[in-house]
Design a protein around this ligand. Sequence first.
Ligand code: GLV
Length: 307
Amino acid sequence: MSILIIAPNRDENIWKKSFIDYDPNIKVFNSRDTFDDESIDCVVVWNHPQGVLKKYKNLKLVYSMGAGVDHVFNDSELPEDIPICKIVDDRLSFSMSNYIIMAILNYHRRFYKYQSDKKNKVWDQESNPEINLKIGILGFGILGKDAAEKLKKLNFDVIGYSLTKKEEKEIDVYFGNKIDLFLSKINVLVCTVPYTKSTHSLLNKDLFNKLKTPTYLINVSRGKVHVEKDILDGIESGKLTGAFLDVFEKEPLPKDSFIWEHDKIQFTPHIASITNVKAVIPQVVKNYKNLLSGNKLINLVNIDKKY
Ligand code: GLV
């Protein structure tokens, strides 16, 4: 019984070492080690090569290294009927909410205007220093909800949208077919949806046309949820005031993308909320032990919904 770490573009050794430091009795390998395929009953993955999981005939659990699991479902040869778990961690929520709040405050307090005034030696006390915001959180899962609640505590006007009904006392969360109504009420759109077939290219010009003019866009979910050309057109037509992006259609962002140079797009290289390996090892180990002892798994992914 062993755990195998498969993450070609990440440091597998940090995961391996953290498992061993936490519980020296656990057998753990990274993908370059020599091991018996049949001994592997759990894989911990990030962007594993398609088709490799089939080799592990005794596989009983697939663990995503992060909150997102789209990279797991990318594998068209994913073995069926094996539970998939994801990371749920207060630190992920902490980082994501802080990132969203940072993007919103910079916009709200017109930081980019004052930065440019600084460059041009302009002392402007006349312009309104704050933009009135009505923030919409599209996707009201663990991360979206945490950000919404923290923004509400800062006295921002916040609403949410979720596919399914959410019980929420302080915040109006629209659901089901109320998405157009939700979009018509806001002037900051924060996207925290998971990437699935139904969210592919969701943030496109048709959706932007349902927003108030103008609206500011923040996308921290996945790049394939948005259409970069439509964001550009949206900014040029004045529908969007700008965008703050952490994710892109192609990552790393191609050197010839217009996004590098665009004044009204701020961006970071998919670092909004990164799994803290040491912090999450206990939950992975606990879940692994639940698996071995036949107890209920936590943080299970819904295989039909794919998130
Ligand atoms: C990061 O993008 C994650 O899914 O954890």
